[in-house]
Ligand binder design. Structure first.
Ligand SMILES: N[C@@H](CCC[C@H](N)C(=O)O)C(=O)O
Length: 301
């Protein structure tokens, strides 16, 4: 099978062309492809398909073989793939990507060689109604925003964490930590240096990913406010910790705005780099960031 490898801020994906012959992968095959020792290695697989009324359909599969509705870093890479393959006119600077979560309009910049560098994706309106995220947390009424599960405490073996539930087409549980010192020592790889960087996110993230409050599981973000904006780490549903998550950055920006921690436009810094997120007055979240091609190859399935 031929493949190409792309990434958005180090959140990396194996692209497979499914525009001709249908490509159907079993969860075992996806697991093998994404395995960093025995396979190619990636956070997920994107099968590129044709779409009626759009420039292409992004079929996104997490590294554990589960299907996800949307992937923010993935959709910027998808745009670059379509440009690289001449499937859209590079000079138009615009395309429409179809996803399981619906259409996502994208504006992009190209360099002197016509290669896409940066894209701004219209990520749609965040879904805040708890039942639609979906999450079973009680919601508080937030005026014209309706009922939002905002900073609702969920207990864990390390004590309670307060989550805001936001769907960007896929579910996210965002926790802002304002006081790292108050947290259990066991949550950190180094109790002398409690903070976002030393948080044992593999353990605490995995615990909340499968919590009963999230019937479709959830992506889990831990975040803090910085002078530059917001900094976060993410434990992705169906994958584990990744260097970046586009939908997670959008959900975190929305949660920051809802809880009075940030303005509607904010820079979200992740392990792999920064994304510019804006929750527009029209309710639509826009995400701007890079996408990069790494290499291509052939693998025996
Ligand atoms: N890395 C992605 C999100 C990928 C899907 C996610 N793990 C899920 O299951 O919802 C992004 O950049 O948004």
């Amino acid at each position: 099978m031929e493949f190409e490898k792309y990434n958005g801020l180090g959140n990396d994906f194996i692209f497979i062309d499914g525009t001709g012959e249908a490509v159907e992968l079993t969860p075992q095959q996806v697991g093998f492809l994404c395995d960093r020792h025995f396979g190619i290695g990636a956070d997920g697989v994107i099968v590129v398909r044709k779409a009626d009324g759009a420039d292409g359909y992004m079929h996104y599969i997490n590294s554990d073989g589960s299907l996800a509705q949307m992937c923010g870093n993935g959709v910027r890479c998808f745009a670059k793939y379509l440009v690289d393959h001449g499937m859209v006119d590079a000079s138009s600077g615009r395309l429409l990507a179809m996803t399981l979560a619906g259409p996502r309009p994208i504006a992009f910049d190209v360099d002197d060689e016509g290669k896409m560098t940066v894209a701004t994706v219209e990520m749609g309106q965040p879904i805040l109604e708890p039942a639609e995220v979906p999450c079973l947390l009680p919601g508080a009424s937030l005026g014209r925003l309706g009922t939002v599960a905002c900073e609702q405490a969920i207990d864990s073996p390390w004590g309670p964490f307060a989550f805001t539930a936001v769907s960007m087409g896929n579910p996210h549980a965002v926790c802002f930590v304002d006081n790292w010192q108050a947290l259990d020592d066991g949550l950190f790889t180094d109790a002398e240096r409690k903070g976002l960087d030393t948080l044992r996110i593999d353990e605490v993230g995995a615990w909340y990913e499968s919590h009963g409050a999230f019937p479709q599981k959830t992506n889990v973000e831990f975040a803090e406010v910085t002078p530059e904006g917001v900094r976060m780490r993410v434990f992705e549903r169906g994958c584990g910790e990744t260097l970046a998550c586009g939908t997670g950055a959008c959900a975190t920006a929305v949660a920051a705005c809802l809880t009075g921690r940030a303005e509607r436009a904010v820079t979200v810094s992740l392990k792999g780099g920064a994304l510019a997120i804006e929750w527009g007055e029209d309710g639509v979240v826009r995400m701007t960031g890079p996408a990069a091609f790494a290499f291509s190859g052939t693998i025996q399935l």
